[in-house]
Design a protein around this ligand. Sequence first.
Ligand code: NAD
Ligand code: IPM
Ligand code: MN
Length: 360
Amino acid sequence: MKTHKIAVIAGDGIGKEVMPEGMRVVEAAARRFGINLEFTTMDWANCDYYAQHGEMMPHDWFDQLMQFEAIFFGAVGWPATVPDHISLWGSLLRFRRDFSQYVNLRPVRLMPGVPCPLAGRKPGDIDFYVVRENTEGEYSSVGGRMFEGTDREFVVQETVFTRQGVDRILDFAFDLAQSRPKKHLTSATKSNGISITMPYWDERVEAMAKCYPDVHWDKYHIDILSARFVLSPERFDVVVASNLFGDILSDLGPACAGTIGIAPSANLNPDRRFPSLFEPVHGSAPDIYGKNIANPIAMIWSGAMMLDFLGNGSGVYREAHDAIIHAIETVLVEGPRTPDLGGTADTTGVGKAIAAALEQ
Ligand code: NAD
Ligand code: IPM
Ligand code: MN
């Protein structure tokens, strides 16, 4: 059987605490299902490396990472010492763009055992995907600062939508919607106020919808869509959004489903020319770092998505994915739980419990 080469980048803060648990559970699943993985840990792409070298990564980072099929990534950012735009544009955002990881797939699910902050919802009531455009849009490098330090100073940063970039994310999202029982897609827009780029997005959604006649679709401006996430999350199935809108919705969705501590993501290069990257939605959480109380489930669930990706969603890889999700559900119901879910357990304890549930 093939050996899958995985690069491990823990990053900063709780990235360093949840990564060992992610690896523990992925390795346990690989053992159980006879999948061969080879992990290589990188000691760069973190803010300590920046302090020593004045940059986030070595010059040959691209060639090094091209040797791997996937990147298992914790979180980057330590704003007390390195400005976030330096650390993130020097690592994660570079990976997404240079490895053409144009899909950011972020499941939102109300899991058993997780108290829902919205009244009257039970597990399964909230179950949708945010499909976030991941390489362009509002996260562009087009712009600049002029007349610095004078009273004429100004800054500009453009939104960039390319036809290829918009169409490929819409195609992925419609295709996903078509594969699901509800066959429903919602597009996040703001074409009432942002009068050039967002009407273009809407126009491409309408064109793509014609290729997917079975998919029912609607669109909402991002302001009311955010309200609908809170008021009626059960009506969503696949939500497709630009880079910034998708970023916001993919924290809001998991918060509506209990905690961002369990929310995973897959940064996919669907044509597999470049490595894809699997990471929690959350960041490095400096406020809780060092206490070993971070919830490791987002990291572990991201690992399950990585296994599914390695096997193209089939065979033992899909079984390994499903077994991890089942083990997560068992531990969410029976405990132990970290403090974000009202428990008193630590990161390691939850990781070990999920690995043990998996081995049963
Ligand atoms: P954050 O996601 O790190 O934390 C937000 C809040 O959620 C904090 O109160 C934190 O304690 C809590 N939280 C996050 N993950 C948790 C977990 N696993 N278990 C329990 N509680 C958890 O967001 P932030 O505070 O805006 O950002 C902190 C740093 O992380 C910044 O440098 C930011 O740029 C970076 N960041 C990185 C990524 C990434 O690498 N993908 C994502 C988001 C933020
Ligand atoms: C995420 C994060 C990143 C983003 C930050 C850290 C640049 O919030 O992965 O959601 O905005 O994409
Ligand atoms: Mn985010």
